[in-house]
Ligand binder design. Structure first.
Ligand code: KIV
Length: 280
């Protein structure tokens, strides 16, 4: 039997070794076709629970469940060859206890084939992060603006401007890194806080609204492609306006079908030539 060598995906230790070095480039992906396009362009693909909003049209990330995250995680893992793939643990699957978190994370790793999970939260989640990492589950942390806590935070506003909140986010990030997370997403905080936290922890920080002071960056793919126009946070840069492109293509197609221009001869299977039966 011949064994074909599969190109190796980036590992969590390779990501960790980039602390303070080459920037770590990350994007979200929710489908295998998009994941295949992004693989080789970025270092890390996150199957984010932001898919609750971008793919499923919910107003927050809260309603998405573990089975849905696993289905998208498995689709994203199927094709890429080089990017490290991380899947978000959804709201309700890990907060109650470290054991719950381990059961959810074990299902995610086993059923998707991804390398690591991400979870949101600070000091209160440190015990859980230590429990997971001590049992072979690589964890990416997420502090600052944590969308799963939108109801408790009172909305999607940037955080850490008041001294008490600044200090709390610092303690959160330091606790999650000390608990064994291999990297830390910092979302929606002022540059000074992102810089201070990046300098305080030994693992790479990945900013989303966390300024260029972080060791890497992540954006939600629908935001950067102009596919999610309902709400554009200050930290999003739109690299394309694919929403307009898709609408224009749909209009052209509709006009063609209504005017009889599509399908044309080149899109049509030729009819078989009928051969007349020979006269007896
Ligand atoms: O769910 C998500 O897409 C995320 C990123 C914004 C970091 O958590």
């Amino acid at each position: 039997m011949s064994v074909q060598a599969r190109p190796k995906r980036l590992s969590v230790t390779q990501i960790q070794s980039r602390k303070g070095g080459d920037k770590i480039v990350c994007l979200t992906a929710y489908t295998s076709s998009v994941a295949r396009l992004l693989d080789h362009e970025v270092d890390l693909l996150l199957v984010g629970d932001s898919l609750a909003m971008t793919v499923y049209g919910f107003e927050s990330t809260l309603p998405i469940g573990l089975d849905t995250m696993i289905a998208h995680g498995a689709a994203v893992v199927r094709l890429p060859e080089s990017a490290l793939i991380v899947v978000d643990l959804p709201f309700g699957s890990y907060q109650a206890s470290p054991t719950d978190a381990f059961r959810a994370a074990a299902r995610v790793l086993a059923e998707t084939g991804c390398t690591a999970v991400k979870l949101e939260g600070g000091e209160e989640m440190a015990e859980t992060v230590a429990f997971l990492t001590g049992r072979g589950v690589p964890v990416m942390g997420h502090v600052g603006l944590t969308p799963q806590a939108v109801n408790a935070l009172g909305g999607y506003r940037s955080r850490g401007h008041a001294p008490a909140e600044h200090d709390k986010i610092m303690r959160d990030g330091v606790a999650i890194a000390a608990a064994g997370a291999f990297s830390l997403v910092i979302e929606g905080v002022a540059e000074s806080l992102a810089r201070e936290l990046t300098e305080a922890v030994a693992v790479p920080t990945i900013g989303i609204g966390g300024s260029a002071a972080c060791d890497g960056q992540i954006l939600v793919i629908d935001d950067m492609l102009g596919l999610f126009a309902e709400f554009t946070p200050r930290f999003v840069k739109r690299y394309r306006e694919l929403g307009g492109e898709i609408r224009a293509a749909a209009q052209e197609y509709t006009d063609d079908v209504r005017a009889g221009r599509f399908p044309a001869a080149e899109h049509t299977y030729a009819s078989p030539r009928r051969v007349k039966p020979a006269a007896e």
